[in-house]
Design a protein around this ligand. Structure first.
Ligand SMILES: [Zn+2]
Length: 247
């Protein structure tokens, strides 16, 4: 009897184990994020060697070992081979995987996050959009999917729709200028175009969100807001973001 389970997903992390093995984390459509042991995956000539690399998209056949999943077979749908020769792309991909890993859990419905990771990797691979834009969109959309979408339509303090507004990481998005003067904290000035971009990212499904360009000036605003929002709201230092500073 075949007691294997079949899941579709993307490899978010790869760790060497012992001399020849690997532990991989897969963000799956069916079971959220799970980790699995790939025996012999670092041996030359092993079928799993090329199929258990970071960002590999595929169908994974797993079986339950004594206390963890073990990889039996992988049917690869996309290797994203570009990322092995372009360091800047590779670092972006690693960062997206790290952020997605941070937000996801086993047996949760993580399909929208999986869609986001896939769309971001595809955008990176195509190379049409600025990488700073891909990063900013990814950061904001990951927050939205995790239930932390920044408010863009009304002030988070007085709940009124007002024209003059500033962006607040601490309060969760839009704060009107009247409320901002009464509250301590750091507020970011955003142009109307930048507000529109944040709204667009929050209200567009992950699979279609990498579909616009911004002027350099607006991109700089959105990128600063997105990075501050992710870091500030999670309180987490992502190692991958440090790496991006050096490429
Ligand atoms: Zn207000």
């Amino acid at each position: 009897m075949d007691n294997r389970i079949k899941v579709q997903g993307i490899i978010l992390s790869v760790m060497p184990v012992g001399d020849y093995d690997r532990r991989i984390t897969i963000l799956t459509k069916e079971r959220g994020r799970l980790s699995a042991f790939a025996q012999g995956a670092r041996r030359t000539g092993n079928a799993l060697l090329a199929k258990t690399q970071l960002c590999t998209l595929g169908t994974f056949y797993l079986y339950m070992g004594r206390d963890n999943y073990r990889v039996s077979e992988v049917e690869v749908l996309d290797y994203f081979t570009d990322f092995r020769v372009d360091l800047e792309k590779a670092y972006h991909a690693m960062y997206f995987c790290e952020v997605a890993s941070y937000f996801t859990r086993e047996n949760n419905d993580e399909r929208e996050m999986l869609n986001l990771v896939y769309a971001a990797l595809k955008a990176l691979e195509k190379g049409v959009l600025d990488r700073t834009l891909i990063k900013a969109v990814f950061e904001l959309k990951a927050m939205c999917i995790s239930g932390e979408a920044p408010s863009t339509g009304e002030c988070v303090i007085c709940h009124e729709k007002k024209e003059k507004r500033v962006f607040s990481v601490e309060h969760g998005g839009m704060v009107c200028s009247d409320c901002a003067v009464t509250k301590p904290g750091r507020f970011m000035e955003l142009s109307e175009s930048a507000w529109y971009a944040v709204w667009y990212i929050a209200s567009t499904p992950a699979s279609g969100v990498f579909s616009f360009k911004l002027s350099d000036a607006v991109l700089a605003e959105v990128a600063a807001a997105a990075s501050a929002y992710l870091k500030g709201r999670t309180g987490h230092e992502f190692k991958g973001e440090k790496l991006l500073e050096i490429v």
